[in-house]
Design a protein around this ligand. Structure first.
Ligand code: OVM
Length: 396
């Protein structure tokens, strides 16, 4: 018996259960306090919930790879539900070639082109919902991204209702084979069919961001098939994430009126307020990595081929790293939060997400005096995404 190796703490927590989703924060604290690594016996995976280990794993793609999937399934042993993503589910150097194309399409130059219209659209939307009872999710958090994103990609109008169910499916698919994942899979066929079809060059407007991805195929940088799969990444990761990001900001501003007052006093704080909401709520709660060799985490040995579950949301509230972590503070220095991940896979759409968030929060700051919660928020359950299904509000 070895005396050097500390016993690995174990937990029977199910981090993919609705009870957990209702209030994950006390469980996050227990996991963090149990140790740097916790064996999650229900799934046979290593859980990391402290900032230090999550940050370390995100920044070491050689040891903690993505090419075996970033969900519970190990792609080496099980067949993924769709052909793997060329950016999310790959490692360098293959990853970098694909990412370069998306990074160019989602660059600061593109953001400059989109900025004024996003600000105007958000302003008009917020004005149109003033004074009456609304659903903050459907009427704002979903309405804004749906009013700008599909058009910017260059998607046809018909069939856009497939976007959110498809994304919900993709984010449920990272989790275990539970009711959430199974019922999403049962309804998946029409959503998969529509999305796959819209990714093709012929189905995208020549003026949109999708066409710019396909332009990389014209120069030989990627193949036409690869460009089609990269457009699929935009459609998968670009909409439900920003819906839940904007939802997180609305949820936070509604519950911290002093912070909304601070935003109103200085609308230039919109960008940091959005970032802080991403830290606090972490719309993407978790991702997995798979170890490529025997390694060690926080002094604990971890064997090759192990799945490591990163609790991004817990890292974002780890008191070992953050002051008053559960407090929404729009003036906080948010840099270093892992709500967009970190390292080589850090969200390639982060500038677009931030632009959307900034546009909505500026519009709220400029047009709204009070955010009044008029009914109980209803949670939306997903194996990876945290957010609300509905949020009754009045903006005055
Ligand atoms: C993708 C992708 C990227 C990030 C997140 C994600 C479903 C998907 O490349 O398809 O979640």
């Amino acid at each position: 018996m070895s005396l050097d190796i500390p016993a690995l703490p174990r937990s029977d927590l199910d981090p993919f259960s609705t009870d957990f989703f209702d209030n994950p924060f006390p469980e996050h604290e227990k996991l963090r306090d149990a140790g740097p690594v916790v064996w999650l016996e229900r799934y046979g995976v290593y859980g990391i919930a402290r900032y230090a280990e999550v940050h370390r794993v995100l920044n070491d793609w050689r040891t903690f790879c993505s090419s075996r999937g970033v969900g519970l399934q190990d792609f080496l042993r099980e067949t993924p539900w769709r052909p793997p993503s060329l950016v999310l589910e790959t490692d360098p150097p293959e990853h970098d070639r694909a990412r370069k194309v998306l990074a160019r399409v989602l660059s600061p130059i593109t953001m400059r082109e989109l900025r004024d219209s996003f600000i105007e659209t958000a302003d008009a939307l917020v004005r149109s919902i003033l004074g009456r009872e609304i659903d903050g999710v459907a009427d704002l958090a979903q309405a804004f991204p749906l009013s700008v994103f599909p058009g910017q990609i260059g998607l046809r109008t018909e069939g856009r209702e497939h976007l959110l169910p498809y994304a919900g499916l993709a984010f449920n698919a990272f989790g275990p084979d539970n009711d959430l994942r199974r019922s999403a899979m049962e309804r998946a066929a029409p959503h998969i069919a529509w999305v796959s079809e819209q990714c093709r060059r012929d189905n995208l407007s020549p003026h949109g961001l999708g066409a710019r991805v396909h332009a990389a195929a014209a120069t030989g940088e990627v193949t036409e098939e690869e460009a089609t799969l990269l457009v699929r990444s935009l459609l998968t990761a670009g909409i439900d994430t920003t819906v839940n990001g904007i939802g997180a900001a609305l949820y936070s501003l509604a519950r911290f009126p002093d912070q909304f007052a601070a935003l109103r006093a200085d609308p230039a704080r919109a960008r940091n307020a959005f970032e802080e909401a991403i830290r606090l709520e972490s719309p993407v709660q978790t991702f997995f990595r798979t170890t490529t060799c025997d390694t060690e985490l926080g002094g604990t040995p971890v064997p090759e081929g192990a799945k490591v579950l990163m609790f991004l949301a817990s890292a974002n509230r780890d008191p070992r790293h953050w002051d008053r972590p559960d407090h929404f503070d729009i003036t906080r220095t948010t840099s270093g939060h892992v709500g967009f991940g970190a390292g080589v896979h850090m969200c390639v759409g982060q500038l677009l997400a931030r632009l959307e968030g900034e546009a909505v929060l500026q519009a709220l700051a400029r047009n709204v005096a009070r955010i009044e919660i008029t009914g109980a928020p209803v949670r939306a359950y997903n194996n990876t995404l945290r957010g609300l299904a509905s949020f009754p509000l009045r903006l005055t």
